[in-house]
Ligand binder design. Structure first.
Ligand code: ZN
Length: 488
């Protein structure tokens, strides 16, 4: 039975959905004013793994992942201007053109990483009316105040009735000393009060009418609003990166409790961060590498381009709650590992059954499931798969046989875990009804059969020539007991 680590209770808990057979899951999505980088890939892949596994377990999952397009997550340090608005102004674009451009590019990157699209992908800008209503509820309940056209959460008042800081393990005293939020300082009762609605400055081009001012929602409001709109006042899972735990998720809990009188989320899940050469990714370190740069190899920290599947495998090789340190060498190691997985896959798909098995395939399926049930332990799943590679190689090398039943079971486990759950795209050599691939396969097989014939006739010149020329073209040829194997 699936156990997941709940950040709120700080322990692994058995997953029991609120509504039998159904799971509601919300994950904080990207802010779309720039290309997605490695830091975006980790939560996307982590929660894609969870989404895929929940579906494998037979749940009907409603997966909501938002698009933050009001751009208030990070204001420009100098002008205090909304980043999307600033980009739009500089490039003379409609703000929604900027949003659409980067949303399209985000989708393209996610598709390359084989991250499944969510069931609903709501935009913050498309839910302004709902956000205003949510702010109004908090005001009505007395946990917010209006100041100069903006609305702020009254954190001190809230903390008297609810535990503020429970998710990140902070108390109000810690938060008081930690908060250096200067934005709107003169309007707020306390520095740690956060904005639910902000009055727009005249140069601010993204703004909407509200009962308090022409303005825009505060940066935590969209997730409280859209989560409950699409998943109900109580839902199962809320996920995101650990960096969002405070203040974003803490504020979300406060807003929801202040408006509705209770928690909305049963299980909070957070993936750990990716560091680059031991350093946090951040603007001041100049170490942001976009996914596009990875795919093209265009960054000084990269030795070469890395395929999206290598990035995905690299992330899955670590448990989602442990830190991952990126380096070009680590990615090269992941690339080799993925190559070995693909090679084993190719060999497995070509195996022929015999009357009986001389190998023990064991309880591979159960062991993989056990690892996934243990808080999505993908590295253990991968190690089980590599262990079964030994069996596959034994049979492929002619040192053992496998029955049709065992072979089917082995193939099923590999398909289920490698393709469906880990979401790794495997190249199907010759088994896919792919016209050009079949033609290529036919041609190479023909050449290698000619080589076999040449060898039988002791025509070493022809045999070596075919081998060398195919190798030069990028084919890897391996002689086996029954003939040959090749990959590109
Ligand atoms: Zn969020």
């Amino acid at each position: 039975m699936l156990q997941i680590y709940n950040t709120l209770t700080r322990q692994k808990e058995y997953f029991r959905p609120l509504h039998e057979g159904h799971v509601g899951m919300y994950v904080c999505g990207p802010t779309v004013y720039g290309d997605a980088h490695l830091g975006h890939a980790r939560p996307a892949i982590t929660f894609d793994l969870l989404y895929r596994y929940l579906m494998h377990l037979g749940y009907k999952v409603r997966y909501v992942r938002n698009i933050t397009d009001v751009g208030h997550l990070e204001h420009d340090a100098d002008s205090g201007e909304d980043k999307i608005a600033k980009k739009a102004r500089l490039e003379q674009l409609e703000p929604m053109e900027v949003v659409q451009y980067f949303t399209n590019r985000y989708h393209r990157d996610m598709e390359a990483l084989n991250v499944l699209p969510p069931s609903i992908e709501p935009h913050a800008s498309g839910h302004i009316i709902e956000q205003i209503a949510f702010v109004q509820k908090i005001l009505d309940n007395g946990y917010a105040y209006i100041s100069n056209g903006s609305v702020y959460m009254d954190v001190e008042k809230y903390a008297k009735d609810y535990p503020y800081g429970k998710l990140s393990g902070r108390n109000l005293e810690d938060i008081k000393t930690e908060t250096r939020e200067l934005d709107g300082q003169e309007e707020k009762k306390h520095s740690f009060d956060f904005a639910l609605w902000k009055k727009a400055a005249p140069e601010h081009i993204m703004h909407w009418p509200s009962p308090w001012s022409e303005g825009f929602p505060g940066w935590h409001m969209e997730c409280s609003t859209m989560g409950t709109k699409y998943l109900g006042e109580e839902f199962d899972i809320h996920g995101g990166g650990m960096d969002l735990m405070f203040p974003h998720h803490e504020a979300e809990i406060a807003q929801s409790c202040a408006a509705l009188g209770h928690d909305t989320v049963k299980y909070w899940m957070h993936n750990n961060m990716i560091t680059i050469a031991g350093k946090k990714m951040g603007k001041s370190y100049h170490n942001f590498i976009t996914l596009d740069q990875f795919f093209k190899g265009e960054h000084e920290l990269l030795s070469k381009p890395f395929s999206p599947m290598t990035i995905r495998f690299f992330i899955l090789m670590a448990h989602y709650r442990s830190t991952v340190d990126f380096s070009s060498e680590a990615l090269e190691a992941a690339e080799k590992g993925l190559g070995r997985l693909q090679e084993t896959w190719n060999r497995l798909m070509k195996l022929q059954p015999s009357d009986k098995s001389t190998v023990e395939i064991g309880n591979l399926s159960e062991r993989c499931e056990e690892a996934m049930d243990d808080d999505l332990n993908s590295p253990i799943v991968i190690s089980h798969l590599f262990e079964s590679a030994k069996i596959i190689n034994t049979i492929a090398d002619g040192k053992g046989t496998i029955s049709a039943e065992d072979l089917k079971q082995l193939k099923d486990v590999w398909r289920t875990y490698v393709v469906d759950i880990l979401g790794l795209r495997m190249e199907e050599t010759g088994t896919e009804a792919n016209g050009s691939m079949d033609a290529l396969k036919g041609a190479v097989d023909m050449l290698l059969n000619m080589r076999l014939e040449a060898k039988r006739n002791k025509d070493w010149t022809t045999s070596d020539r075919i081998r060398n020329e195919l190798t030069a073209l990028g084919f890897q040829i391996k002689d086996t007991k029954d003939g040959f194997e090749w990959t590109i």
